[in-house]
Design a protein around this ligand. Structure first.
Ligand code: SF4
Length: 368
């Protein structure tokens, strides 16, 4: 039995740690690229959202490399994510691929439900190893997100342009060869130390931009055309409000805690949308935009796949939100036809406008 999983940004690092600690054989799909998108799009319904196509591309490429069990996170929220698993399983079957798809709707499952669903994979493994795998995977998520945050902080301030990128490139190529939590943790520590050695201009006060929107395109650099890196190299400090650690905390850890914790972005989002859920991360998008304005960010970039219903609803509140909080928001809609040049020109024009706005109205540039 060989397991595979889809790529979503740095998530592969923690899944790798999880499977290696438990002792489950796996096949990692090639990182998302043009071929993944082409393969996925060829067999997906035309109007389905982009993450569906890329995930399907991941699955097909991993099956062709020997995988026969697919692990993926699903959900039955208010958008079509709830149908992803069943539909993708049907498509794979119709194409003649023999692979079982295990869909984990962790937001609506108890810890025991998750373990039960994973039972066919964990049969014969000790409970201690399974728990150790989960704990190590969660720790990896937190450490990787911290490293990414540090890289974003350095990139926009570095004196010699490109140093942070080169350290992070090296990080990704070393992590592929690392084995288990210890191997990954050692690389994380040495990468952190290398980033801290990069010379930065401490006097610079970069523009601060928050990224909000649909989680898959916000976190997967192939789909968002590496927006964090692009902005960082323009001298902009980027804060991606979506992160795997936030997703795990709000969908999994929160459910196993005895007390109900409030989700700050969702609560903030209710100021403009009086409901508990609009599907996907729509409510978080509104809330994160409000929180970014309150934290004196210069602007917000809203990013989502073409036809994503929750984000279209969130976008409808932006007129009112921008007027009330005086924060510019630019929306980027991505699909398989998105051209890099046009996309980057829009981002550059937005940053140019933010620079002029800051020059006119000198904000208090306090970090949140
Ligand atoms: S949140 Fe948007 S992109 Fe994600 S599955 Fe739902 S409709 Fe598709």
């Amino acid at each position: 039995m060989k397991v595979t999983f889809p790529h979503m940004g740095n998530m592969y690092i923690s899944i790798k740690v999880l499977l290696e600690t438990i002792g489950i054989k796996y096949v990692m799909p090639p990182f998302c690229n043009k071929k993944t998108l082409e393969v996925g799009s060829a067999y997906s319904p035309e109007f389905v959202c982009l993450p569906f196509k890329i995930l399907l591309g991941n699955f097909i490429r991993a099956i062709e490399n020997g995988a026969n069990v697919i692990l993926m996170g699903g959900g039955c929220g208010q958008c079509r994510l709830g149908y992803y698993g069943d539909l993708q399983a049907e498509i794979l079957k119709s194409l003649g691929y023999k692979a079982e798809l295990i869909c984990l709707d962790v937001g609506n499952m108890t810890f025991k439900d998750v373990l039960d669903k994973l039972r066919p994979l964990t049969e014969g493994r000790s409970v201690i190893d399974i728990l150790k795998g989960i704990v190590y995977a969660v720790r990896t998520v937190l450490l990787v997100d911290r490293l990414n945050k540090l890289a974003n902080h350095i990139r926009c301030r570095e004196i010699n342009k490109g140093e942070a990128d080169s350290v992070m490139r090296q990080f990704h190529s070393s992590i592929e060869k690392a084995v288990g939590f210890k191997g990954v943790k050692d690389i994380l520590t040495s990468t952190r130390n290398q980033l801290k050695k990069i010379g930065i201009d401490k006097k610079v006060q970069p523009l601060k931009v928050a990224i909000v929107g649909e989680i898959y395109v916000s976190l997967e650099p192939f789909t968002n055309l590496n927006i964090e890196k692009f902005l960082g190299n323009m001298g902009v400090e980027v804060h991606n409000t979506l992160s795997i650690s936030h997703w795990i905390t709000s969908h999994f850890i929160k459910n196993i805690l005895p007390v109900k914790l409030k989700d700050k972005p969702r609560e903030a989002g209710k100021e403009f949308m009086r409901t508990d859920d609009i599907g996907g991360h729509g409510l978080e998008t509104i809330g994160n935009s409000v929180l970014s304005a309150k934290c004196k960010y210069d602007g917000v970039i809203h990013i989502f796949p073409f036809t994503c219903m929750p984000e279209i609803i969130a976008q409808s509140t932006f007129g009112e939100l921008q007027d009330k909080y005086n924060i510019p928001i630019m929306t980027l809609i991505i699909d398989e036809m998105t051209g890099e040049a046009g996309y980057m020109t829009r981002v550059e024009a937005f940053i140019d406008m933010l620079e002029r706005k800051r020059g006119y109205g000198k904000k208090d540039i306090e970090a949140c």
